[in-house]
Design a protein around this ligand. Structure first.
Ligand SMILES: Cc1cc2nc3c(=O)[nH]c(=O)nc-3n(C[C@H](O)[C@H](O)[C@H](O)COP(=O)(O)OP(=O)(O)OC[C@H]3O[C@@H](n4cnc5c(N)ncnc54)[C@H](O)[C@@H]3O)c2cc1C
Length: 393
């Protein structure tokens, strides 16, 4: 009987795992079935939701049909996983179906935990969902000037560069419409006392400083956001209050409910993330389960960003192929490259991680800026559209 590999989640990591296993199956003539379950018909590329908010992309350009995986020999089920029963190797879907497995990849991303802060769900705009990006775009079209506040409530947050990237692009966009940007980035205090512009090290910090100085973008460090007072239009923190005209919000990251509420999945000490074994991304108790989604990156020492989820998902498939079929090559995690916007340009950053034998976690990242140019903005578009084109029918 061929083994049955089940992948839950058709986002960045789920698609990487499915394509890696499909490629190995064909290349080495292996005998297993790959099934991927995704909640919607679409595979989304979340970084492009920023373009939707800014009016430079349509929702259709941020996604591809998840059934596009079928041409690679992956069986696709559109449905919502509502329970995972590791003892019986069974996954229940919302429509009542039960799926069994020999190996399970859990790659379900993170959810937006707006409920963590009073008033956060009701106030402000964001591009952490397609619907949010469309609402945000409407608000930006109406915006005629005033004080823009970008709130980052806690670390880690989804994508270590996003708030700074967005601040510089918005500043450029408002300036080119003749609106003098007045932007404040509210950063949580990092464990060593600094703000999040330091998060990826001195080289990337220098890049942010250059553009923040150019556009007068301010950074204020807070000790925790207590609530958003929508009537007074004020962000209330433990150490100060910040008034706003336009509030742009980054969500507190929380694990998907199907994992958060399941006692078989252990939470890390913060209660926000799901524990995976750092070196091979396996479930601490069940060796047949790999946890390579964003929900499991912080407990391994990796960041909550697509580039790390890509590396983790690929590595886990190579470990499985090596252990089960003797063909995988799970080498060290190579440097990951990230293309992002900065004001009117783009940049290519590279981050290195190493496995620390003492802490038994991935350490770093050590990041540097390789190139900053107009060309990199086009490279970002080309990269994401090329990624999605693999699934477009
Ligand atoms: C605005 C924004 C900008 C970003 N910019 C960058 C960037 O520049 N660089 C970078 O590296 N990363 C960036 N990221 C982060 C990156 O998008 C995520 O880290 C990555 O997509 C997470 O991969 P994942 O596979 O774990 O989850 P996701 O890509 O979120 O996919 C999860 C999938 O699981 C499905 N799902 C969820 N629950 C269920 C369920 N119960 N049953 C079935 N299916 C389910 C969802 O429908 C989804 O398809 C950004 C994110 C955002 C929001």
């Amino acid at each position: 009987m061929p083994k049955n590999i089940l992948i839950l989640g058709g986002g960045t990591g789920g698609v990487v795992a499915a394509l890696s296993l499909a490629e190995a199956k064909e290349k080495f003539g292996l005998d297993y079935e790959i099934t991927l379950v995704n909640k919607t018909e679409w595979h989304y590329m979340p970084p492009l939701w920023m373009d939707v908010a800014l009016g430079t992309a349509k929702i259709e350009e941020t996604r591809a049909p998840i059934r596009g995986l079928e041409k690679y020999g992956v069986k696709v089920v559109v449905g919502e996983a509502v329970n995972i029963d590791p003892g019986n190797r069974a996954v229940s879907l919302a429509d009542g179906t039960t799926l069994g497995y020999d190996y399970l990849f859990v790659v379900l991303g993170l959810r937006n935990g707006w409920e963590a802060i009073p008033g956060y769900a009701e106030e402000g705009y964001h591009n952490y969902s397609p619907e949010g990006a469309l609402e945000f775009n409407n608000a930006l079209k109406q915006f005629k000037g005033g004080k823009v506040v970008i709130t980052v409530p806690e670390v880690p947050f989804r994508c270590g560069i996003y708030p700074m990237e967005f601040a510089t692009v918005l500043a450029y966009k408002l300036s080119s419409k003749g609106i003098k940007p007045e932007i404040t980035l509210m950063s949580p205090r990092m464990p060593n006392g600094v703000d999040i512009t330091y998060a990826l090290g001195p080289d990337i910090k220098r890049l942010w400083d250059k553009y923040f100085n150019m556009y007068g973008i301010k950074v204020r460090t807070h000790d925790g956001i207590e609530k958003i007072d929508g009537q007074r239009k004020v962000v209330v923190t433990k150490n100060y209050e910040e008034p706003y005209d336009l509030l742009i919000k980054v969500p507190p990251p929380r694990s998907p409910k199907v994992l958060e509420e399941n006692p078989e999945f252990q939470k890390d000490p913060t209660g926000r993330f799901i524990v995976a074994k750092p070196l091979d991304f396996r479930h601490p108790k069940y060796d047949d389960i790999f946890l390579t989604g964003e929900h499991s990156m912080p407990p391994t020492g990796l960041g909550t960003a697509g580039v790390f989820i890509h590396a983790a998902s690929y590595r886990a498939t190579q470990i499985l192929l090596s252990d089960e079929y003797g063909v995988g090559s799970p080498g060290p995690i190579p440097p990951v490259a990230c293309v992002a916007y900065v004001a009117d340009k783009g940049f290519l950053g590279v981050c290195e991680v190493t496995f620390d034998g003492q802490t038994h976690m991935w350490s770093g990242p050590r990041c540097y800026n390789v190139v900053e140019s107009y060309l990199m903005k086009m490279v970002k578009h080309a990269f994401y559209q090329g990624w999605l084109d693999r699934l477009r029918l």
